[in-house]
Design a protein around this ligand. Sequence first.
Ligand code: P6P
Length: 361
Amino acid sequence: MSGIKTLGQFIIEKQADFPYAKGELSRLLRDIGIASKIVNREVNKAGLVDILGAAGTMNIQGEGQQKLDVFANTQFISALTSGGECCIVATEEEDDFVKIDSPVSKNAKYIVCIDPLDGSSNIDCNVAVGTIFSIYRRKSTNGKATLQDVLQKGTEQVAAGYVIYGSSTMLVYTTGKGVNGFTLDPSIGEFCLSHPNMKIPPNGNIYSLNEGNYVHFPEGVKKYLKYVQVEDKATNRPYTSRYIGSMVADIHRNLIKGGIYIYPTTARSPKGKLRLLYECNPMAFIVEQAGGIASDGFNRILEIEPTELHQRTAIFIGSEHMVHVAESLMLEFSSERKSESRYISGTEAKLEQMGIVGGID
Ligand code: P6P
């Protein structure tokens, strides 16, 4: 195995990066890694066994659960229960958070927020899907952990990551000391370091959003769409539209190539579609650690104060310059939240400087 570094070896090597008792993060990520290998096995053969299609149940989001959604949810909860480090799992697939109450978890200190299988509506057509997870340390020091231990700001995350089940299966994570990617080698059943110290290009020309919602977009997003579609060789426009309908796949591609992913508020999702705790916070932590930025169009995702388990938010995430341009247009043209913006108002000069205002009708 010369030159190969497994996830387990890497975590132990980087143990000093994780300021808590030795081995806790290792065991948490080991548990998540085990469950993701089992999910990967089922995703890879989904067409062959009766695990495709709808489970016939609905989750709290009102979304029809795919059988693999339910399977993945069960696998992650089971792995985290037997691993002994996790006291609560907050998952997209359960109405309430799941209390882990097993003999090995008596002293468990960690909260895991997880979307077990994001983009699962794509499963039947063999498009990449993913798992997104966020790890917090409980704040309460005695008794059972509570909802308050779950409703922590994104800045409190001690680790976050995703698994993408695509042409290969990768686990990408951060503990706040950079981002590293591991590709599953099925021949040895190990995630092996393949993308050390991942950095998102500060600029790019790929934009990812569902233009089918155009009529319901905030004015600032409509202006951004006009901006990216205007011919301007100096700024490499028009950009390229790439939208898979699977957040993990879209953001993973943009992390590597540069780009922006936007899911704004729409008529159908007036607070945004994506969930703060187990989709936006972990992806924002990862992208920020890779040098990008993530906001709700006005304010940093990681600073949003959660008030409910399945809280949704708009998200603008990706290459720093691209998100800044979109945020500037949101500030200028979607004034309903102007006062909240982290930018100084009167961004005319900033837009001119970016060559924006002139290029938009
Ligand atoms: P729409 C999948 O359901 C998801 O949560 C993300 O993975 C994806 O980017 C988005 O929703 C797709 O939503 O409304 O464009 O189909």
